[in-house]
Write a protein that binds this ligand. Structure first.
Ligand SMILES: C[S@@+](CC[C@H](N)C(=O)[O-])C[C@H]1O[C@@H](n2cnc3c(N)ncnc32)[C@H](O)[C@@H]1O
Length: 274
């Protein structure tokens, strides 16, 4: 099942709804993953970048950063944030389309963007696309909600409100198709009238070992996956995992790995709030 999502009305309220999301903590986690694998990327690409909330951090340190998203409306919000940054380029494309954008030493995707890829063959196309765009010593990191999490979501409707909108968020679990469906009913205050919009989001997931095998099939030499925001191996019963795929086998000292785990353990005590 597919449907239009991230249209103009939801793009308009996205940042307000996601205000509590600790992007800075997530950024710190990505930075620790990079340190763990001894990577210092300067050319970066985000897949499913949305309104650019993570690119904001990386744009301060990257020579160039590309954002890919299939929602023109999400990118329009991102564009406003990067008016002053001439190292940022945004592309309104589907991440599963094979396009050679440039050569990157780091490609990442966060906050469920991969869960929107509803067919495994399409996910494989995304991986091929990343492989095509990565330098030979490049690193690819993405998060994904597990099948376990999606099927464990409690169905129901919640009301989200902001200064200029009310949004009814209905969670539905389609066990047969292994999909989490979110129906959004959005009321936007527009001067004298209230406009009503609806849209549907559909997420799915895949077995973790199947994802790893596919990355290896495509040519990545080394793949790890972690319970999100840890450096412990991911398990099918975790809610979310982060995958790390490298084009070349890493040669990382165990000292660096131990140091990262300790540093991350301390940092996460102070800045985790999600
Ligand atoms: C939950 S949002 C995450 C946005 C952003 N990464 C963040 O952290 O706020 C998922 C994003 O993935 C994008 N997306 C979904 N499927 C996509 C596809 N096939 N190609 C490119 N972007 C896609 C959506 O348009 C949306 O902006």
């Amino acid at each position: 099942m597919g449907s239009q999502s991230y249209t103009s009305s939801f793009a308009t309220i996205y940042d307000d709804i996601m205000e509590r999301v600790p992007y800075y903590y997530w950024y710190q986690y990505l930075k620790h993953i990079l340190y763990y694998y001894d990577k210092k990327p300067v050319n970066i690409m985000e897949l499913g970048c949305g309104t650019g909330n993570m690119m904001k951090y990386f744009s301060n340190e990257a020579e160039s950063i590309y954002g890919i998203d299939k929602s023109e409306d999400m990118l329009a919000i991102a564009q406003n944030k990067f008016r002053e940054n001439n190292n940022v380029k945004l592309f309104n494309t589907d991440m599963s389309k094979k396009i050679k954008y440039d050569s990157f030493d780091f490609v990442y995707s966060i906050f469920d963007s991969m869960n929107y890829i509803l067919e495994f063959d399409e996910l494989s196309n995304v991986f091929e696309n990343v492989y095509l765009n990565l330098e030979k010593d490049g690193i690819f990191v993405f998060d994904i909600n597990t099948e376990y999490r999606l099927m464990d979501i409690v169905e129901g409707t919640k009301k989200l409100e902001g200064d200029f909108y009310t949004c009814y968020w209905r969670d539905i679990v389609d066990e047969e198709n292994e999909e989490w469906i979110v129906e959004l009913n959005i009321y936007l205050d527009k001067e004298d009238e209230i406009e009503n919009f609806t849209e549907t989001h559909v997420e799915t997931s895949y077995p973790l070992e199947k994802i790893k095998k596919e990355l290896l099939n495509i040519g990545f030499q080394h793949v790890d996956y972690y319970r999100s925001f840890t450096f412990s191996k991911g398990k099918s019963k975790n809610n979310r995992v982060h995958f790390v795929a490298l084009k070349q086998k890493p040669e990382v000292s165990s000292f660096r790995q131990i140091l990262t785990r300790i540093k991350w353990g301390i940092i996460s005590l102070f800045i985790s709030n999600f």
